[in-house]
Design a protein around this ligand. Structure first.
Ligand code: HEC
Length: 162
């Protein structure tokens, strides 16, 4: 009996630890503020097939180029971030689709010399606060799907604000 009690206490203690851990980790569901926290909006998008909503942001170089209408091509130093969330209906207004679970942050980095083989763009993603450039293999899949936009310097997003 005593042994059973000990086991019961041990189980309780373990579940208490996992509850505490789950609570401590809960905020990680939101994107950590990487360098894009101060960037400004280039556009938004809604992928009907994948059920994602997205916010497309530009760094200072990108925003200056967008405001000047000089995005053909985008200048070296441009970084475009695409933040994705799973779509969900707003709990108090289901007709409104709003961001749900965070699904990741991808990047396009313009350096016409360094990334000459892929239209001058490096393709990467943020892991927490760190921008990590993708492997050559993964970059090839990114670049292939952005190639139909060659005449727009490989960028799908048309800046929506001056
Ligand atoms: C299946 C096609 C496809 C693939 C593969 C793809 N993209 Fe895109 N990408 C798009 C489309 C379409 C948009 C614009 C709509 C949107 O926001 O999803 C876009 C938008 C972007 C944007 C915002 C700038 C822009 O072009 O509008 C970034 C940044 C981006 N993608 C990065 C990546 C990275 C990094 C990869 C590789 C890991 C990648 N993409 C792979 C289709 C693709």
């Amino acid at each position: 009996m005593k042994k059973m009690q000990k086991i019961a206490w041990a189980v309780l203690a373990i579940s208490a630890i996992s509850v505490t851990t789950a609570q401590a980790e809960a905020p990680a569901a939101k994107p950590q503020h990487a360098e894009y926290k101060d960037w400004r909006v280039l556009g938004v998008s809604h992928r009907l097939d994948k059920k994602f909503v997205r916010s497309i942001l530009g760094n200072d170089v990108a925003i200056a180029a967008a405001r000047a209408g000089k995005t053909q091509p985008w200048p070296d130093g441009t970084i475009i971030a695409k933040l994705s969330w799973k779509e969900q209906p707003h709990p108090n207004w289901p007709q409104a689709i709003v961001p749900g679970e965070f699904a990741g942050a991808e990047a396009m980095v313009k350096d016409s010399k360094k990334f000459a083989d892929t239209g001058g763009w490096g393709f990467g993603h943020w892991e927490g606060k760190t921008l990590v450039m993708n492997s050559a293999e993964k970059t090839a899949t990114c670049f292939a799907c952005h190639t139909p936009m060659k005449d727009h310097d490989y960028v799908y997003t048309a800046p929506v604000l001056q």
